[in-house]
Design a protein around this ligand. Structure first.
Ligand code: AHR
Length: 493
């Protein structure tokens, strides 16, 4: 057992934790949209407007604040007009990035907006820069948000008289790669044109999001930030910039989601904790071009990318999800909370049946993954004030960089929420935490723990679930013993 000192200070506020930090990402990829989220109104699987009821309930429970759609690389081949209007007239296309399957466009703008409404989440539409045009993206914004224009009339004829609110617009995806193989200079110039023509109709405040770098491409961040942080009127042209960072510890060789060595576990923890350094360095660049903090950092794709499950289509990116993935999620969310001053949104890749999914489906069956339960444990942070939280820097294993404990803390409406992960495979952590400037009289806790390779599947859907957990609060000191490989939420009132 390791003894770990902690300290939280409710007076030392970092920033408000925007709910969108707990955002998700759903692409037309494999069985994410079709089968996973959308089954169509005529399906025997219970649904509302074609959207699975079990998925709606699960998303609502963890308070999904936003879902980025329709991609990913798919967004860069997507033409929105193909996905509106009568189903029988919708154009089919080949989803060239993901398994070359036929996409029938039965899930389009109206179906996506129905999903957002049903789960109470705010739309994040990602437009096509690579193979689209400025006019096409500008018209999509007009179609969704305008009143009294020809495109607004088309929307009305398609069943939606009221304009929608579209708070977030992604201007391209990975334009350094699948989104057009552009240089940072080329993309920056493109972004300025798109930003100018994608207008705010009818009082809709549009946060235009620029394509950010892949991982540690600091040169991309520098060039794009320089170009987007000041428009002609001196104001930033973008409200956000979208960094992508996947946890791939043994890149370029993938590992299995459920069969890995202890060394691979610790390498994965190192890779997850590296996100902290990435955010610090990218924030440093952003601070130089945007000292007033008007452009938010978005981590629009994050999570574990493992080998696909044996026997599944390699283009569908279907992987299992074990306790190790839950730790990766917990580490990232704690890092995002700690960087809440600059981080305005993050989107885990990808909701259902793809990469680090929160839900897996098979026909009418649905399983919640360990990662889903981490979002359940962390949901109280949404809209809270992130506050200072210190933890001893004990290493999880010799020879690795990852600390044993990851943590973050927030305060909202007189309630303090502390989330913790113990990344060690062998050691318990006896935590002694001083709680400063917060007069708590009660403490309760919940925990997710199990073997690092444990997962839920259709035969064993509840092997890894949240359980109650004992903690002690005496005179401003919180004590608890975190088992190895665990994620916990502690609530103080
Ligand atoms: O999430 C899968 C893919 O990963 C996305 O389509 C792309 O943006 C990224 O490379």
């Amino acid at each position: 057992m390791k003894h770990i000192s902690m300290l939280v200070n409710a007076r030392d506020v970092i920033a408000r934790i925007r709910p969108e930090i707990y955002g998700h990402f759903a692409e037309h990829l494999g069985r994410c949209i079709y089968g996973g989220i959308f089954v169509g109104e005529n399906s025997p699987i219970p649904n509302v407007k074609g959207i699975r009821k079990d998925v709606i309930d699960a998303f609502r429970h963890i308070q999904v604040p936003t879902i980025r759609w329709p991609g990913g690389c798919f967004a860069e081949e997507y033409h929105w007009q193909d996905g509106v209007g009568p189903l029988e007239n919708r154009k089919k296309m080949v989803n060239i990035n993901w398994g070359a399957v036929v996409e029938d466009n039965s899930f389009g703008t109206h179906e996506y907006m129905a999903l957002c409404e049903l789960i109470g989440s705010r739309p994040y539409i990602n437009g096509n820069v690579g193979s689209g045009t400025v006019q096409e993206m500008a018209e999509w914004v007009e179609y969704m948000t305008a009143v009294g224009t020809p495109l607004a009339e088309q929307r009305k004829a398609n069943g939606q008289a009221e304009p929608w609110k579209v708070p977030f617009l992604g201007v391209g995806n990975e334009n350094w790669g699948c989104g057009g193989e552009m240089t940072a200079e080329t993309y920056a110039a493109e972004f300025r044109r798109y930003a100018a023509f994608c207008r705010e109709h009818n009082g809709n405040h549009l946060c235009r999001i620029a394509c950010g770098p892949s991982s540690a491409d600091f040169g991309w961040m520098e060039t794009v930030m320089k170009a987007i942080s000041k428009g002609w009127g001196g104001y930033p042209l973008a409200g956000g910039i979208d960094l992508h960072y996947y946890t791939m510890p043994i890149h370029p060789k993938m590992d299995s989601a459920t069969q890995f060595t202890d060394a691979e576990h610790y390498a994965t923890m190192d890779s997850a904790f590296y996100c902290d350094e990435l955010l610090t360095r990218h924030t440093g660049i952003m601070d130089r071009y945007d000292p007033e903090n008007k452009v938010g950092l978005i981590i629009g794709e994050w999570g574990c990318w493992h080998e696909v499950e044996p026997g599944t289509n390699p283009g569908f990116l279907y992987q299992q999800n074990a306790m190790r993935d839950a730790l990766v999620a917990a580490i990232h969310l704690n890092i995002f909370n700690r960087h809440a001053k600059r981080v305005m949104m993050a989107n885990l890749a990808q909701t259902v049946n793809v990469l680090q999914a929160i839900l897996l489906t098979d026909g009418d069956q649905l399983v919640k993954t360990p990662t889903y339960y981490v979002f359940d444990l962390y949901k109280a942070h949404q809209n809270g004030a992130a506050v200072y939280c210190y933890t001893d820097d004990e290493k999880a294993a010799e020879g690795y960089k990852a600390p044993m404990i990851s943590s973050s803390c927030s305060v909202k409406d007189g309630v303090m929420t502390l989330t913790l992960a113990n990344c060690s495979l062998t050691e318990e952590a006896a935590i002694d935490c001083g709680v400063h400037h917060f007069a708590a009289t009660e403490a309760s806790a919940r925990i997710l723990t199990g073997d690092v390779r444990a997962f839920n599947d259709f035969d064993h859907p509840e092997d890894v679930v949240i359980r109650p957990f004992d903690v002690t609060l005496t005179g401003g000191r919180l004590t608890l013993t975190l088992p190895p490989c665990s994620v916990a939420e502690v609530t103080l009132r």
